[in-house]
Design a binder for this molecule. Sequence first.
Ligand SMILES: Nc1ncnc2c1ncn2[C@@H]1O[C@H](COP(=O)(O)OP(=O)(O)OP(=O)(O)O)[C@@H](O)[C@H]1O
Ligand SMILES: [Mg+2]
Length: 259
Amino acid sequence: MNSCHDGPCKIELTGITKGFRVNGAPLKALENVSLHAAAGEFVSIIGPSGCGKSTLFNIICGLLQQDEGQVLLDGHAVQRRAGSVGYMPQKDLLLPWRSVLHNVILGPELQGQDAEAARREATELLPLFGLEGFADAYPALLSGGMKQRAALLRTFLTQREVLLLDEPFGALDALTRMELQEWLLHVWARFDKTILFITHDVEEAAFLSDKVYVLSPRPAQVCIEVPIPLSRPRHRSVTFTPEFAALKERLLGALSRCP
Ligand SMILES: Nc1ncnc2c1ncn2[C@@H]1O[C@H](COP(=O)(O)OP(=O)(O)OP(=O)(O)O)[C@@H](O)[C@H]1O
Ligand SMILES: [Mg+2]
């Protein structure tokens, strides 16, 4: 039963189960995973390494087929989901032979949209993504944070209402990571997207999200759904409050007690 208040959830997963065969032996990655996000919600998913988080995203975007369960978008089981969600995979690589501008318009280009219009829109958004002046630069010249922002701009430019972001800040230093978290909240508020966000970091999950799902070790099951009732817009100062400390404690406790 979902609790997206007015009408169907933007995205809803019900009873998703998925197994693989590895060297002939069965390996269950996901066990009866149900979760949902309302339109415009920021929802994080945390869980131990290898529990099945990326597998879940691969299923949501249609790259993998689940064994059981359903993925509903706006209340409907969409078959061709690859065209319905924007996906930034965990190891998102910018193509080294294409400039920043040509990397970020890859989505519209592959969808056969007007390339000139896509270039114009991307160029207008470069400053917001901290890439002003780098349209013609090649990825090798960018810092780690800039590469992630370029990959995020590419995901935003897919014009999808639901975005799946798989540990987008995982490889960055703490300061850059904090900067990008605040920036992502700003961009999310401006574009009115529904975001599902995978992270290992409970502080990141609590700071960004409206709600956090804690998954168990493999096969991933939802252990608990934790609402994050902090007001928005959020500033870093919220992370120094007792309320935030209590939320972090709750998430860490759930992670460690999850069977
Ligand atoms: N295509 C595949 N074939 C076989 N096994 C797979 C495949 N994809 C994933 N797995 C296995 O499924 C399990 C879950 O992998 P997944 O990448 O979803 O974990 P994860 O939670 O994203 O981990 P991490 O936090 O390290 O990114 C792992 O044991 C992995 O080896
Ligand atoms: Mg992963």
